[in-house]
Design a protein around this ligand. Structure first.
Ligand code: SAH
Ligand code: SF4
Length: 362
């Protein structure tokens, strides 16, 4: 069967006000929009037939006039005694995407979500980057990852990190709409400070985000302290070099009053020497105390030759940064044995990657 494009508007992804207008367009009172929002965002309804407090006739008209995009769970794998669960979802037009649920001892329940199928940024160490960009996700497809995970686990999600597949700021509109929905009291009601966007460093979009004055948490993937090295492993550095990126980050901090974290994936012999740690410390010394660095030992990816540094090398790198007065953490590893790093479940379980697996196993 050839999949025809569904021309009906998608109600998932609409705000309360938009849903109220939609109800009115169909000749119903505005409060029906609030009922629909409750079913879609809080009850995780996948069909209008489930919305039992709506009149039967209205449900039928809704089904003719609109749709509710819902992700289909293909598979899941668990690690950390069930406290990390990685889900692979299938989209209506066929491709797959992944989301990771993490349960923490302090009570937090976090989901790592994707914003694109694949990614066009081409970072040389990243599984998602290897595959290139297939397409952007819609806000329905982004927000539904959190709704589905809540539904599947039966637990309320307290934190969301945009660190799965894709570059969130390359899919700016749907990402921002999702941020508002996740935060909205009629939807998942997650505190703005508990929402984290990670970006590869798209300078114009960082500036644009600063103007939204949101209290979300911004993480910037730096990975190298010199343009020479960053040009090689993060190709968009050729477009927006480090000095421009840091200038945009300073503006961001000035406008939002929120601190930025820099992510730094450590790869042995590439960017993990203590000399580079010292250079990074120098780069981030001004102004003192403004920046935070999050060190992430590289997670192995099929087909890539990088190596994850030994713990001692990671510690030495962290020590050198701290000596320079830079607040530094080493990211707590979750789900390493199930490839919970970005983009990896799809390569090991996604049907469209069967060829890659065969080659890797050959
Ligand atoms: N595109 C965005 C967000 C998704 S990637 C970004 O690049 O920031 C989220 C984080 O995972 C980034 O810091 C990215 O560099 C890192 N990452 C990618 N591949 C990785 C791997 N194999 N091991 C460890 N971290 C990885
Ligand atoms: Fe894309 Fe981020 Fe992977 Fe780079 S690290 S290829 S920006 S997902």
């Amino acid at each position: 069967m050839t999949a025809e494009r569904d021309a009906r508007p998608d109600l998932k992804g609409l705000t309360l006000q938009e849903l109220e207008r939609f109800a009115e367009l169909l000749g119903e009172p505005a409060y029906r929009g609030r009922q629909i929002a409750h079913w879609i965002y809080q009850r995780g309804a996948a069909a209008f037939a489930e919305m039992t407090d709506l009149p039967q006739g209205f449900r039928t008209r809704l089904a003719d006039a609109a749709r509710i995009t819902t992700l289909f769970p293909v598979t899941s794998v668990q690690a950390d005694g069930g406290d990390t669960i990685k889900y692979l979802f299938r989209l209506a037009d066929g491709p797959t995407l992944e989301s990771v649920f993490m349960r923490y001892e302090d009570g937090r329940r976090s989901v790592c979500i994707s914003t694109q199928v694949g990614c066009g940024m081409g970072c040389t160490f990243c599984a998602t980057g290897l595959a290139g960009l297939t397409r952007n996700l819609t806000s329905a497809e982004i927000v539904d990852q959190v709704i589905r995970v809540q539904h599947l686990t039966g637990e309320r999600v307290s934190n969301v990190v945009f660190m799965g597949m894709g570059e969130p700021l390359a899919n700016y509109g749907p990402t921002l709409r999702t941020i508002h929905l996740l935060n909205a009291p009629y939807a998942t009601e997650i505190g703005m400070r508990h929402l984290t966007i990670s970006t590869v460093g798209m300078v114009p979009q960082i500036r644009r985000l600063a103007l939204e004055h949101l209290q979300l948490t911004l993480a910037v993937s730096l990975h190298a302290p010199t343009d020479e090295l960053r040009d090689q492993i993060v190709p968009i550095n050729r477009q927006w070099p480090i000095a421009e990126l840091l200038a945009a980050c300073r503006e961001y901090v000035a406008l939002t009053n929120r601190r930025i974290s820099f992510e730094y994936v450590l790869m042995e012999g590439i960017n993990d020497t203590t000399a580079l740690a010292a250079t990074l410390g120098g780069l981030l010394a001004d102004p003192p105390g403004l920046w935070h660095v999050n060190l992430i030992p590289w997670n192995p990816v099929y087909g890539l030759q990088y190596r994850r540094p030994a713990v001692e090398r990671v510690e030495a790198f962290a020590r050198r940064l701290r000596e320079r007065g830079i607040s530094t953490t080493v990211r707590l590893e979750r789900g390493v044995e199930i490839d919970a790093a970005c983009g990896q479940l799809r390569r090991t379980h996604g049907p469209e990657f069967a060829d890659t697996r065969k080659r890797a196993n050959a």
